[in-house]
Design a protein around this ligand. Sequence first.
Ligand code: ADP
Length: 660
Amino acid sequence: MFNTILIANRGEIACRVAATARRLGVRTVAVYSDADADARHVALCDEAVHIGAAPAKDSYLQFARIIEAAKKTGAQAIHPGYGFLSENEDFAAACDAAGIVFIGPPASAIRAMGSKSAAKALMETAGVPLVPGYHGERQDADFLRAQADAIGYPVLLKASAGGGGKGMRIVERSEDFKAALASCQREAINSFGDDRVLVEKYLQRPRHIEIQVFADTLGNCVYLFERDCSVQRRHQKVLEEAPAPGMTAERRRAMGEAAVNAAQAVGYVGAGTVEFIANQDGSFYFMEMNTRLQVEHPVTEMITGTDLVEWQLRVASGERLPLLQDDLQISGHAIEARIYAENPEKGFLPSIGALRHLQMPDAVNFANGDRRIDSGVREGDVITPHYDPMIAKLIVRGDDRAQALARMSQALAEFEVVGPATNVAFLGRLVASVPFAGADLDTGLIERHHASLFPPAVQPPLPVLALAVAALAQPASASADPWADASGWRLNGSFQRRLRLLQAGEALELVLDCRRDGWRLRAADGEAQLGAIMIEGRQVTLSLDGQRVRGRVVRDGDSLHVFHAGTHWQLAWSDPIAHAGEQEAEGGRLTAPMPGKIVQLLVEAGAAVEKGAPLLIMEAMKMEHTISAPAHGTVAGLLYAVGDQVAEGAQLLSFTPHEG
Ligand code: ADP
């Protein structure tokens, strides 16, 4: 086994590799860009080397610097993770030349699988089934169209050098072929610097099923069964599971053996994935081979009880595969959800920003339990536009699919993020949806069920409003029940406090009645007695008509994020005091829109002030509020002193706005 490895990656995969290395007693060296100096992967490794600026092309793709860092730190091997340099044959060759082990397949195998067309030709000779199509060298438009006509429409055009769902076009009719070809070639040259394409039959309602393979340097090659990654958006995986629902033992063996053939045909070593596209009837065809570890490898680990990174390290250091085919078994069912900083409502557009609140479900990386989280970020870290906006991978295992589904729903309900938009709520709906729960899988699932997966927003129920109101009443510094002590605004007996919360710009009007016997909260669709409020940090507990309600409330300026019963409610507080002056400027008066206490006077009578200048601070609902000048003008008179209690509607000062 190696004594030191360098991890040429970042984020969750770098953390995940570091965790296994640590368990095996292998020293780790991290590399990092300017953007990642404080990143979690750097903290987890024994040593770290700075390799350049934030853009990946200036750091994580700078392979000379990475190899230099390995030499300098005495690393004998480099783990490339996925993405970045993991499928770069030149990098693999450069490692070889530098006498450093590349933890992955030989450069020749990467090259053989690097072109979809060449890989298909190779697979054909190895007897692996292919989607009907043309993947040869001839590229003239008339010839390709004749091929498409022969295959039968719809056909799919793919960039030979493609990846990540780029450079693909569905063509429905012969008349459309040439325009689609031109557009596919343009995208291919822009994305991959290579405009060669292949044409294949476009399958209807296909499933994406892939086989994990593993080979050692001693000639052993096994398959670790399949993963179903059919649930995709824009050809990118969203949920992955193992085993594939409905897979029979015979078909599993046939696909597994085809995948092993594919790997052996290119002299494969290490972890690889052979991707197949399968018809609903179970027939399957080779799509491509990814010559690296995959993002979704944890579901395979969960059902086989293996650590594939450990296998990678052992195989790369010349050891035999830890288990051979007959030793491998499937136990239970695992599902992975990719938690992304993205906005599903806006076409899954990436979202960036600081993770101001990050509460992940209770789970430890590589715990032997049924829940696992692989993440490269912590609360406070920033999702930047430089890298993939993944926050974490959430993986669960159950004895069967139903149990795994239930565990996934539960874990998603516990996943709380405030900061960038995320797909957590969307994933929750997806996992619970009829087609996914019923395993009616195909790559078009999300698009076909768009309407039910994106239901219209509902108004928050009373418990959520009560949690928001309770948190609003909490001053930043207090720790105990803020409602217990009789603050000034209660002295005048009972009163009514109106509150306005906003949800997606829509106003929610609330009335809080303070009576001798306690509080009553009224909203549009109900009311209840509110009491026993306990606030510990972000955790809020209260009672609503005697029922205990618990939730977490994160306040971020005027935004209120309430996490209750597995749902994230985003509300805003429309602070009447902050806007108090706006409507009253004309009258030259400023009144207290709620009962409170004057805590500080910031101006003297007669002072000339600019619009927006702070005039006085009052405390109401246990929070301080600054009352500001509604216009340029003169403070004609102060009507209260510090410490005075003021009633709702009381005029606080008289103010004369200047003309113009
Ligand atoms: P990439 O390398 O860009 O990820 P793939 O060849 O792996 O491209 O295909 C990505 C996805 O596109 C597949 O998972 C599947 O959803 C869809 N796809 C690929 N080939 C076909 C096909 N012949 N018919 C229908 N869908 C396909």
